[in-house]
Design a protein around this ligand. Structure first.
Ligand code: SF4
Length: 268
């Protein structure tokens, strides 16, 4: 059984991560449940408990200090702790003091002798331009950090449909370019069937163009991870959403891969 460490509004949750090959200790940086995206595929139920809590780094840190020894005691067999991950029910790059949170998490990780465990930030890329985020990412660069950033679309129309946000697509693209010029960045792309339609050939072509634009301008894309929904989304805004099969995901990867010079990995 997975133990979720909670206190106040904070939540720290160790999970076995196939992508990381071991334990990832997640820190929910948005217990207030709010996000500047409203992705059709999102599993967070923003209608329940929104605004009740505020992220508190002292609380989160004290839970992390319980979760680390618990994971080390063998809750997941002999799986090693591979990462401490900032994500959760909203967008970590919206944190007021992102840099301070990163600094604290690094300090605790190091105190437990886990310098080999990565500090991973899972982001929708909307706040990567913020000064506190840029400083926090720079801190991560020297401390075994990794940025996993979302790009779910190639065209503006598809972006607006999937992300349901007022954040301009241009900002996401600019942020991905700037962040990846400064560090290798892993791009995560969630693909779904929307109202029975797979992403079109034009959409996939535009997506490949976006990635290639980043690469042509000095962006370092570590890899692209394609995945699909595993659980029912909470609010599809009236659209009919379904997951792709593993075969369909592999077909998309095979279609994209010859035109993109970075590894494309599929996670079902
Ligand atoms: S960015 Fe993440 S948390 Fe925000 S709506 Fe999309 S999937 Fe949900």
């Amino acid at each position: 059984m997975i133990e979720i460490f909670t206190g106040g509004g904070s939540m720290v949750y160790p999970v076995l991560s196939r992508r990381l090959g071991g334990i990832s200790i997640g820190i929910n940086t948005a217990p207030q449940k709010s996000c500047n995206f409203a992705c059709l595929y999102c599993e967070v139920d923003f209608s329940q408990g929104a605004g009740l809590f505020k992220f508190d780094i002292d609380e989160a840190d004290s839970l992390l200090r319980k979760a680390i020894p618990d994971a080390q005691r063998g809750r997941f067999g002999d799986a090693p702790i591979k990462a401490i991950t900032l994500s959760g029910d909203g967008e970590p790059t919206a944190l007021r003091d992102f840099e301070g949170v990163v600094r604290r998490v690094i300090a605790t990780r190091d105190e437990f002798g886990l310098t080999g465990a990565k500090i991973v930030v899972i982001s929708n890329a909307s706040g990567l331009h913020r000064e506190t985020v840029r400083r926090g990412l720079a801190l991560m660069d020297g401390n075994n950090g990794e940025l996993w950033a979302k790009l779910d679309a190639g065209t503006e129309d598809h972006f607006k449909l999937v992300a349901q946000t007022r954040v301009p697509f241009r900002r996401i693209l600019d942020n991905l370019l700037t962040a990846s010029q400064e560090r290798p960045t892993l791009i995560q792309t969630c693909l779904t069937c929307i109202d029975g339609q797979m992403p079109s050939t034009d959409e996939l072509g535009a997506y490949a163009d976006r990635i290639n634009h980043i690469l042509a301008n000095g962006g370092q894309v570590q890899a692209i991870q394609l995945y699909t929904i595993a659980r029912l989304p909470t609010d599809t805004k009236g659209h009919n959403l379904s997951s792709l099969t593993e075969d369909q995901l592999n077909q998309v990867a095979q279609r994209l891969q010859p035109g993109i010079a970075v590894p494309i990995e599929v996670y079902d």
